[in-house]
Design a binder for this molecule. Structure first.
Ligand code: HEM
Ligand code: HEM
Length: 191
């Protein structure tokens, strides 16, 4: 790649770090949601509280906290380094919609794990694989834990809906509008 085209690519795409954080977040969320649904189905619906259900709960707590820490790092990086300027062919409404979508995703990527963590602090269910205990972030209150988990589920559903719109938009830009939006996160796909 010549220096000029490299520079052009650099301002059009997210940095290596921003891209790595984006795709690691995606991979973790892609594990986290089905594990959350499966553990609640096994435990609460089927009333099977065996080793597997326990492992799914413990794994869900650990991965959830990893997502929270990763997103806080990502937000700090985003606020200090910014993002490349919007793809130039976007309509004004698309700019607005994408900014709402992206900041909504960030908001839910913080709020969903915080609600889960508040829930296990209230319950309390802070032990991880019997090896160590997470620090509680609020005082135990079993009755309130149920509410926190309902909020946690509602936030997770909202997150999945926004991700659905986000992925649909990325594919729409790539296959229908044939612009460079997807290339911003996958530079190999720049046209
Ligand atoms: C982005 C991160 C997270 C996502 C997307 C997520 C998603 C989910 C989903 C989809 C469920 C199933 C909801 C249901 O069927 O009731 C669930 C349940 C649960 N999550 Fe998370 N979660 C995240 C982070 C966390 C964290 C950080 C914790 C705790 C440290 C946590 C603790 C729980 C618990 C204890 C349940 C079971 C609630 C119940 O028994 O009703 N989650 N989560
Ligand atoms: C868990 C799933 C995902 C989450 C939480 C997520 C989250 C985000 C966030 C917060 C941004 C804004 C970045 C910023 O400006 O700081 C973003 C940008 C982007 N994401 Fe995702 N993403 C996910 C999955 C995907 C997938 C599967 C694709 C591709 C099919 C994708 C393609 C893109 C693209 C192309 C951008 C740049 C858009 C632009 O700047 O105009 N994302 N993503």
């Amino acid at each position: 790649m010549s220096m000029a085209s490299e520079n052009r690519t650099a301002v059009r795409t997210y940095s290596r770090t921003a891209r790595a954080l984006h795709w690691i977040t995606m991979a973790l969320v892609a594990v986290q949601v089905p594990v959350g649904v499966a553990m609640v189905y096994r435990g609460k619906t089927l009333n099977v509280w065996d080793k597997l259900t326990g492992a799914l709960y413990n794994g869900h707590k650990l991965v959830g906290i990893a997502i929270l820490l990763l997103v806080l790092w990502r937000l700090a990086y985003r606020f200090t380094r910014g993002a490349p300027p919007d793809e130039p062919t976007l309509e004004p409404w698309q700019r607005l919609a994408s900014h709402f979508n992206h900041w909504g995703l960030y908001l839910l990527l913080v709020a969903t794990p915080v609600a889960g963590y508040v829930g296990i602090s209230l319950f309390p269910a802070l032990a991880i694989f019997g090896l160590f205990k997470l620090p509680g972030i609020v005082a135990p209150d079993k009755a309130a834990a149920g509410t926190a988990f309902v909020v946690h589920m509602a936030l997770a559903i909202a997150l999945v809906l926004l991700i659905g719109m986000h992925v649909a938009a990325a594919l729409f830009h790539y296959f229908v509008r044939k612009d460079n939006v997807l290339g911003r996160m996958i530079p190999r796909l720049l046209r």
